[in-house]
Write a protein that binds this ligand. Sequence first.
Ligand code: NCD
Length: 371
Amino acid sequence: MKWVKAFAMSNARRPGRGATWRFHGPSRHGSAAADTGPIPDVTGLRAPGPACSHRRAMTAPAPAFPHRHLLGIEGLSRPDIEALLARADDAVALSRQVEKKRTTLRGRTQINLFFEPSTRTQSSFELAGKRLGADVMNMSVASSSVKKGETLIDTAATLNAMHPDIIVVRHHAAGAVHLLARKVDCAVVNAGDGAHEHPTQALLDALTIRRNKGRIEGLRIAICGDVLHSRVARSNIILLQALGARVRVIAPSTLLPTGIDRFGVEVFTDMRKGLAGCDIVMMLRLQRERMNGSFVPSVKEYFRYFGLDAEKLALAAPDALVMHPGPMNRGVEISSDIADGAQSLIREQVEMGVAVRMAVLEALAMHLPNG
Ligand code: NCD
């Protein structure tokens, strides 16, 4: 593991590297400055806790999901998460029927606003909205006025004037979705903001695990790879711990955020040691588009030490299951035989993605006018 150490040391001396996962103060809402200023810094997270209990207290009886938006896993309570997973189980059953339609969102308009490329997330939000009866419009940045210089706020105001009911947003900047949510009257769903959060991915991962293992509580779950740039890792760490899993992160030190130890996870820079006894091995993509510079000496070296292959997987529990949010770099973070093998849940994750997005859209629809 010599290169990891040497690389970490040279990396530490370079400016602009090593993003920190910080803990926030008690509130990210309500400040006038934050409302009108630039994209808020949401890259630090609070430890998971019983957030939004104030809203709960005001509503009697408590609705199954008491939030107007889904901006992150941070801020959700365990009952909030469990309510969404229960709804999603229902949506899986519906999606396996010949007749897959419900009318929960009939007459509603859903806009999918994607500032970053996406295959499975965007298509599953589209399918989810359509299965619930919504009119769904996909807006991708390639064809929008953002290319002509329009700001995020202008885009938000323009879309708001069209009276959408739900906007699903993916943006390359952490905090952009929170900012947009303050500028529109409708419900907003975060479909991934920079390296910050990707709440529906964490929910679909939890659903996949729970349906295969029957529980999440007490499971040993390893999240491996490019943790530093991963919104999937961040949302999963918060969610899986909230449901009682014992989470480990495994990465070269160059791909670990500073402050990761404060998230209550076990940290390993040796994959072989980190995988020992794990029930779930969740691989992450090496996110080269977010890297400014070189974080690994070579793809070949990375695979040798941190790529999941049969030999390393054999160190996990005998009934360990393998996950990956996609898109996969085969031969970089995962070998093809493992990705397509008997222990892989990767295809099932895609199926769960549609169900979870249906669950989220339905839950938010309850809070829409006349919902
Ligand atoms: C993830 C994302 O966009 O953050 N993918 C996804 O939503 N399916 C993970 C990734 O891009 O590596």
